[in-house]
Design a protein around this ligand. Structure first.
Ligand SMILES: [Zn+2]
Length: 367
């Protein structure tokens, strides 16, 4: 059940593969110069999807990695979307894209001290898709193993990390970037058999604004469009995954007040539950994050909420019980179960999944 596929570059055949039903590639690749590969793998096979052209590390002029890239004998099970938090440049050229890839690698190796670029793939605002960490592309083409990344602690051996150039707090990505992001995600999903609903933002797992409020808000659309590219049906609700609100200094409201009760519940009784994310609240959040080994940035996001929002009896006379009461009062039409667990907290906070699920839980051992 194999077919032969050839890969071309500049009109010359540079590779020849046998493609099995699962998209498993065998064969050799004779590359010279810039290695921009089209992803025309296995037309007519069960999982086939033509991904975008992806430029490998040699193609954008990467430095060698400083140590061996660890590769795990398992498939990733999800994709994490990031933004680079760099300026929203208007130079959409490939040269600018390659320069971005080099600057990220320099930053990760020279400042962070990592062995190579942290993420597996990078997409420029012009829509160029590039390999990030060495071997990520080669391993993706085969679709069996996982390059260990350095893009999200706890997720680096179970997820593929994609950095999208720009800052998407209050601006949408360019059409070119969006188009490349969805085709890249669809290709990764098809190579590894990842469900198109298993696309997440960095903030689902860490206390960070990444990938920005706007791009994060586009993830249900991304899941839907990736499913469409793969010819899969996903019910509308399935694209809305359970998550947590991201609270930041300056925020005001019932979610903040609930968080303040929960901080008090964990012994931080100096926090006043007035619903304003003031300096004292930020200090308490940082202290709580430090005590629990989380990123201590003073924001309250997907890493710290699950630790803070403990299982509680709704009738419990405790600060956590008051948090439940506060949230339930806002959503007065909804009943509160006797025992409030993680999906209930998410529903009360307005970030529940539909249907309710707990699949944002990290998979595998934290690293
Ligand atoms: Zn990120």
């Amino acid at each position: 059940m194999a077919e032969v596929v050839t890969w071309t570059s500049g009109g010359a055949i540079v590779g020849r593969f046998e493609v099995t039903r699962r998209g498993f590639l065998t064969g050799g690749l004779a590359l010279a110069g810039t290695a921009v590969l089209g992803a025309t793998v296995g037309a007519g096979t069960a999982w086939a999807f033509d991904g975008p052209p992806i430029t490998d590390c040699a193609g954008w002029g990467a430095r060698p990695n400083s140590a061996v890239v660890p590769i795990w004998n398992q498939r990733p099970v999800k994709i994490l979307v990031h933004h680079t938090a760099t300026p929203n440049v208007t130079d959409y050229s490939q040269g600018a894209a390659f320069a971005l890839a080099r600057s990220i690698q320099n930053f990760h190796m020279d400042t962070r001290g990592w062995l190579d670029t942290g993420q597996h793939f990078t997409i420029s605002r012009g829509g160029d898709v590039m390999e990030g960490r060495h071997r990520s592309l080669e391993v993706l083409r085969i679709g069996q193993r996982q390059v260990e990344g350095a893009h999200c602690t706890g997720q680096n051996i179970v997820s593929v990390g994609i950095e999208n150039e720009g800052t998407y707090i209050d601006t949408d990505p360019t059409d070119a970037l969006w188009t490349s992001l969805r085709t890249t995600c669809a290709y990764i999903c098809s190579q590894y058999g990842i469900a198109p609903t298993e696309l997440y933002g960095h903030r689902d797992f860490k206390n960070t604004a990444c990938p920005g409020d706007r791009l994060y808000g586009m993830l249900p659309r991304l899941r839907r469009e990736v499913a469409g590219l793969l010819g899969k049906n996903v019910e509308g609700g399935a694209t809305q995954k359970a998550s947590w609100p991201l609270l930041r200094p300056g925020d005001v409201g019932v979610d903040v007040q609930a968080a303040q009760y929960l901080l008090r519940d964990h012994g931080m009784t100096e926090v006043v539950p007035h619903g304003r994310y003031d300096a004292a609240t930020a200090d308490a959040v940082v202290a709580f994050e430090q005590a629990t080994g989380a990123e201590d940035v003073g924001m309250l996001g997907g890493e710290t909420w699950p630790v803070l929002a403990r299982t509680v009896r709704s009738s419990e006379r405790s600060e956590a019980g008051k948090a439940v009461e506060t949230l339930a009062a806002r959503r007065n039409a909804e009943s509160v179960p006797d025992v409030v667990t993680r999906p209930d907290w998410q529903r009360l906070l307005g970030t529940g999944g539909s249907p309710a699920d707990t699949s944002v839980d990290p998979v595998g051992p934290p690293r």
